[in-house]
Design a protein. Structure first.
Length: 719
């Protein structure tokens, strides 16, 4: 037989079910009536997501006819399983449909989580698209003890899950109900604990049986309802515990201390009241003893004023009730430990940063480096934060006065500010410094491996040259990447060279070109006043060699120069004319012309007949064995005798062909000459050649070599 108190609990439990059923029926009757109760084909598509909005894969989605009240089992014959993206599409013929999504929950305390959408009278024929959002779950601990507070091992936790926190509301004419489901029917461990999982901020209602008793024993369990909170411990004790004597409250636990200007604000947790309601709290500063108080158990914050900025303080928080004041902890403990805080320093935020300068990285237009002066502060500066707008890109330091913001865009106008940070907070932003977008193209110039000669628009060189392109972006520009710099070009012949389009990171482009001339040839020279290879007679108007030079490239450097070398002291011989000219690049040309100045030659004198002197003369025939006098004179064109520098050379006679001519010359018996030179006699040059009888019957060629370089011959015959 159940005890009267157990019967009352059972009656209350059944009455609660009746109330829930009535609420569901009222919700049904309050909805618009369907136009027809005939079954229609309903297709619903959508996505199942968790409480964070992420898609849930593997959830069972059921579209079914509602045949009973929503908290009783449903009839269903098929379901769809969501894909990796949480999507589903399900079709069914029904008159009043509801959609339910069941998602498996791994881990202790739950088996699955259910969300239900739709109800009486159902979705109709709209074929809607619905996103089903599953509620967030949390895990807590149910701690079961006996009447004396000892952990109860093997207590059975059962009964139905609670509906506390479920929602019933209208949405586009369709009834929506969230059914929050947990698992039950498990036993406490040797510490009296059982892990429970439920819906965040939802209710949990359980019945608890002592060890050895379960739901089928007929004994009345203990009933326990509580609100789910993540990590919370829910204590349940069988029987009525003894009432302890009241004591002072426990020391509050400080959760935060916020320093301010000559002040500090503290917050703390409500401690155990010691069996007597808490009347208020007191916060005391050390050193100085400044304090603040509250007069309510739930007033868990207050601000201590009158502090000195820059001084380190500790704060003690005590609670008071009718019995007394909570124990005062030892100052200097860890922050938040037992109502006492560690060192806290009040003060004011830093003054604004000044003298901000920004500099764009010339090699990378996406980076900007900022520099500034230290901010004034009555507390140590712990860091700075620089920000670029638009976009909010930033960089921070731990006290350094410079940092670099990356990831910017060279085609955007930016404004930069810096704030200083101390233990109180951040300074107001510095005056903004603007950095306009880069709209100026880079400058491209050419340099060469040799010094050029500028002639008009052309840079001239005396040898092949390498052109290097020098690229420089404007100050504060976005920079030019190394890949956009044109490579060097080697030029071997005259032509126009272009850099091509060179662009900076912001897309501003420019092009440079140069005219390169390669001139490796000296000027062309013409020698004037004298002919190459020509012979001039001694005494004629002397030649005066000159020269002229032209250059098709860079032009000549100065006049053409002539030098004359050679000849004898008496004005005859071979003369060499050398003409030299140089262009402006140093290419030199030389031209050589040779000419002779010779004695006027009128042939040998009698007794030798010489056609050189007498065009109609024949061949003189001398008696073999006699002396042949060979004579000539040397004069200029005016007939004046000229003395050679070196005596004329007697050339050994050369025998010619045979002949039978008779002797027609006188037989001379004069002293003969020997050696190789003619001798001078009375202004003439003579050589007496002693012939031999064995030389008879042939032509003989006689000759002389003069110091003007000329050789003259005459033919005689010996008989």
């Amino acid at each position: 037989m159940r005890s009267p108190s157990g019967s009352r609990r059972l009656l209350f439990r059944r009455f609660r079910f009746i109330l829930l059923a009535i609420a569901a029926l009222l919700a049904t009757f309050c909805m618009p009536a369907k136009a027809s109760t005939a079954a229609v084909s309903v297709t619903i598509s959508g996505t199942v997501r968790n409480a964070d909005g992420d898609p849930v894969a593997g959830a069972q989605v059921i579209l079914q006819e509602i045949t009973r009240l929503p908290f009783f089992p449903w009839e269903y014959t098929d379901y769809e399983v969501t894909g990796e993206d949480g999507s589903f599409s399900i079709t069914r013929d029904c008159t009043a449909c509801a959609l339910r999504a069941l998602a498996p929950l791994p881990g202790p305390g739950a088996t699955y989580l259910t969300a239900q959408v739709g109800g009486y009278p159902g979705f109709g024929t709209e074929n809607p698209t619905i996103d089903v959002t599953l509620p967030r779950t949390v895990t807590g601990t149910l701690h079961v003890t006996d009447v004396d507070g000892k952990p109860m091992y093997g207590a059975f936790v059962g009964c139905e899950p609670g509906f506390y926190g479920s929602g019933v509301y209208r949405d586009s004419g369709a009834y929506r109900w969230i059914l929050r489901t947990i698992s039950f029917g498990r036993y406490t461990d040797d510490k009296g604990d059982l892990t429970v999982r439920g819906v965040e901020d939802g209710g949990m209602s359980v019945c608890i049986y002592p060890p050895g008793v379960n739901m089928n024993s007929g004994e009345e369990p203990g009933y326990f309802s509580f609100a789910m909170a993540d990590g919370a411990v829910h204590n349940f004790r069988f029987g009525a515990p003894p009432t302890p004597a009241a004591d002072v409250p426990a020391a509050p636990t400080v959760t935060s201390v916020t320093p301010g200007n000559h002040s500090a604000t503290l917050t703390w947790l409500k401690p155990a009241d010691g069996g007597s309601p808490i009347l208020g709290y007191t916060v005391t500063a050390d050193p100085g003893g400044q304090s603040c108080s509250t007069d309510s158990a739930d007033a868990l914050s207050c601000t201590v004023t009158g502090l000195t900025n820059g001084v380190h303080y500790t704060f003690t928080v005590t609670a008071r009730n009718a019995v007394g004041v909570s124990p005062t902890p030892t100052p200097g403990g860890q922050s938040g430990s037992g109502g006492v805080t560690g060192p806290v320093t009040p003060g004011t935020p830093p003054a604004p940063v000044t003298d901000l300068e920004v500099e764009r990285d010339a090699s990378d237009g996406t980076s900007v480096t900022l520099h500034w002066l230290a901010a004034a502060s009555d507390l140590p500066i712990v860091g700075y934060r620089a920000t670029a707008e638009p976009g909010g890109r930033f960089c921070t330091t731990e006290g350094a006065l410079s940092c670099t913001i990356t990831g910017l865009t060279a085609t955007v106008d930016y404004s930069f500010t810096v704030v200083a940070i101390n233990g109180i907070g951040s300074s107001p932003p510095s005056d903004p410094v603007d950095l306009p977008k880069d709209e100026t193209p880079p400058t491209v110039t050419a340099s060469f491996t040799a010094e050029p000669l500028h002639v008009g628009n052309t840079d001239w060189f005396a040898a092949p040259v390498t052109v290097t392109w020098n690229v420089k972006d404007n100050e504060g520009g976005s920079g030019v990447s190394e890949a956009n710099v044109p490579p060097p070009t080697t030029v071997s012949s005259s032509r126009s060279i272009s850099s091509g389009s060179v662009c900076d990171i912001a897309g501003n482009c420019s092009t440079a070109s140069v005219e390169v001339g390669i001139d490796t040839v000296g000027p062309e020279i013409a020698v004037l006043g004298v002919e190459d290879g020509h012979k001039y007679l001694l005494g004629e108007a002397p030649p005066v060699p000159t020269c002229s030079a032209t250059d098709a490239g860079v032009g000549t450097a100065g006049d053409c120069r002539v030098s004359v070398n050679g000849g004898n002291a008496n004005g005859v011989g071979t003369f060499v004319v050398t003409a030299t000219a140089t262009d402006r690049l140093g290419n030199q040309s030389t031209m050589t012309v040779r000419y002779k100045v010779v004695y006027p030659w009128s042939g040998y004198l009698q007794p030798i007949d010489d056609p050189e002197g007498d065009a109609g003369a024949g061949v003189s025939v001398f008696r073999a064995g006699s002396v042949v006098p060979a004579k000539f004179s040397l004069t200029d064109v005016a007939g004046a005798v000229v003395q050679p520098v070196t005596p004329p050379i007697w050339l050994t006679p050369v025998r010619g062909s045979a002949m039978t001519l008779p002797v027609d010359e006188t037989i001379y018996s004069v002293p003969t000459d020997s050696g190789t030179s003619y001798r001078s006699t009375d202004g003439r040059w003579q050589y007496n050649w002693r012939t031999d009888k064995e030389q008879a019957g042939f032509y003989w060629r006689l000759g002389v070599r003069l110091d003007d370089g000329e050789t003259h011959y005459v033919t005689i015959a010996l008989r």
